[in-house]
Design a protein. Structure first.
Length: 256
């Protein structure tokens, strides 16, 4: 990651380099939005509670595993510390959803559900399907959704390899997807290509941890070079892709 971060520092730009009106507006007003809402405090208070929770659960891991923990027993506070995206990224997803108003959202990798709650509160008309392989973790997420009155979330428990094709078959189009589950090359590409079958010109896909490992870095290169992807934005910890037609294919590396 250090090597990739140094490359990112060298290549990344700010708004002064942006000639695309779509990306300029997105970067200055949405990605760097300064809007702070009371719901953010509520979500962060929930995170603080989880960060103090010493209850132990048994983890079922279908993904690339943890770089830190080697056993499958985990305190909730450890999961809250290592797996949940930081507030900055929860807010980024909130602002993107609030701006694009996607009706169908797939959230791959629920964990304790903090990021899913940010997504849920951004646009009341959206229907969110969040996917989690570990039943014990999903059960804590379920409690968290109830605690913050999130009524537009459905949790799909099971290995995404099996659950994703089934859930995609039930929808006509996928407006927004956040990929934060199995951090390996092959499953990332497979999930991307499956979701792509239901994407439209207006869909937005966000990939987490695009430089977390050599495999994820490679997966991101594959995704951004894909013929259907017209705009990619690398913010280092996450990557955004858009499928808007009638414009040249462009890749951006921007500071966040
Ligand atoms: C990094 S965490 C997600 C964090 C969450 N998006 C957040 O920021 O609050 C990844 C989650 O994906 C789940 N996961 C990984 N691979 C999976 C798979 N193949 N099927 C189902 N769940 C999977 C893990 O159990 C873990 O809880």
């Amino acid at each position: 990651m250090i090597k990739y971060y140094l490359q990112f520092l060298f290549n990344s730009k700010n708004e002064h380099s942006l000639h695309s009106p779509f990306v300029f507006e997105l970067y200055t007003k949405i990605i760097h939005s300064k809007t702070h809402l009371p719901i953010f405090e509520e979500i962060e208070n929930l995170r603080k509670k989880l960060l103090k929770n010493r209850s132990i659960i048994d983890i079922t891991d279908f993904g690339a595993g943890s770089k830190i923990y080697k056993t499958n027993q985990r305190e909730i506070r450890q999961i809250a510390k290592s797996a949940e995206k930081k507030p900055k990224f929860g807010k980024l997803l909130f602002h993107l959803i609030h701006h694009f108003n996607p009706e169908t959202i797939f959230d791959l990798g629920t964990s304790l559900g903090i990021t899913t709650i940010y997504e849920s509160k951004a646009y009341g008309n959206s229907k969110i399907s969040t996917f989690e392989g570990c039943p014990a973790t999903a059960s804590i997420a379920y409690q968290n959704f109830r605690e913050l009155n999130c009524e537009n979330i459905k949790i799909i428990i099971g290995n995404i390899d099996e659950t994703l094709p089934k859930e995609l078959a039930k929808i006509n189009q996928l407006d927004f997807a956040f990929f934060d589950a199995n951090h390996r090359f092959e499953p990332t590409i497979r999930y991307f290509e499956l979701c792509l079958e239901k994407a439209t010109e207006r869909s937005v896909f966000i990939f987490d941890d695009i430089h977390w490992s050599e495999e994820m870095h490679r997966a991101w290169q594959y995704i951004r070079n894909h013929k259907e992807v017209m705009i990619s934005i690398d913010l280092f910890y996450v990557g955004l892709v858009f499928f808007r037609k009638n414009q040249p294919k462009q890749d951006f590396v921007l500071r966040f």
